[in-house]
Design a protein. Structure first.
Length: 286
């Protein structure tokens, strides 16, 4: 069961149920008027970290019971929340952005819907969408894939799987892991356009684009901070005329032998590896 709340503020009590509310990802001015209204009229707020949500509520001048609900909450905690929703208006928030995006809140929504609870979602800030719109990468078709695996082999396997998808790829990443992920992307998809968006909506917001190798070199010298949206453009067209083959090979030959360079470019473009290898030898010979 779903329900749309009225778009104007009211002093009336909210209907019992679950209200999914997006919160700012950095700039507190990005909270919506409707979200402030619902937070002000709800009975309680379920949140990842009561300290983080407490700061937002204090900024808004709102005081409500804050109930912890996060990755570590068990089935009993979830069942207790659903039971309360039968006669209370409960808001679900994450520490930043839209709940359920790269977090396990969908289980709470599943259980609430199964129990016949009214569920509604209020749109708002989402780092993945903000990053995509800043990147300049094709956005008519995209895949959001959350965080890449932290272990090297698992990350490589995941990227190998994603490489064939004809869409812009969106990942969340952390500063300490960014260079490793960029290096893995360079190995799996070396000719793709890549964008890194970080500190979104904040004073030092940045969106930097280039090759994965080039970005890895930059962030090795300039270790990044903050939450990151890592984006990879879709596969290029598999027509040799669509590529500057010499430019791609020349760049790859800076770090790789001709056979390795040809293999990387072939994987990324779908072009014939033998043709690329022959041209790489010619370029190497000068």
């Amino acid at each position: 069961m779903t329900h749309n709340t009225d778009s104007t503020a009211s002093d009336e009590a909210l209907l019992p149920g679950l209200y999914i509310v997006a919160t700012p990802i950095g700039n507190l001015g990005d909270i919506t008027l409707r979200s402030v209204d619902v937070l002000g009229r709800c009975d309680a707020v379920a949140c990842e970290d009561t300290r983080v949500t407490g700061k937002l509520m204090s900024h808004l001048g709102i005081s409500k019971p804050l109930w912890r609900y996060n990755d570590h909450s068990d089935e009993a905690a979830r069942a207790n929340l659903v039971q309360r929703m039968h006669d209370q208006a409960v808001v679900l928030v994450s520490d930043a952005g839209t709940p359920l995006i790269s977090d396990p809140g969908y289980r709470l929504v599943q259980d609430a819907r199964a129990a016949g609870i009214m569920v509604t979602s209020l749109p708002g800030a989402c780092a993945a969408v903000v990053g995509l719109t800043l990147s300049g990468l094709p956005n008519d078709r995209f895949l959001f894939a959350g965080f890449l695996p932290s272990k090297e082999q698992a990350r490589a396997r995941a990227l190998e799987e994603f490489a064939a998808i004809d869409a812009t790829l969106l990942f969340y990443e952390t500063g300490p892991r960014l260079v490793k992920s960029l290096t893995a992307i360079d190995a799996a998809m070396p000719a793709r356009q890549v964008s890194v968006a970080r500190e979104l909506t904040k004073m030092f917001e940045e969106c930097r684009s280039g090759t994965a190798a080039g970005l890895a070199a930059h962030y090795t010298d300039n270790p990044p901070k903050g939450e990151i949206v890592l984006m990879v453009g879709p596969p290029p067209q598999k027509d040799a005329s669509a590529f500057d083959v010499d430019a791609l090979l020349t760049e790859a030959l800076k770090a790789d032998k001709p056979s390795q360079a040809a293999g990387k470019i072939a994987k990324a473009t779908g072009l014939d590896r033998k043709m690329l290898y022959a041209r790489a030898l010619e370029l190497r010979a000068g």
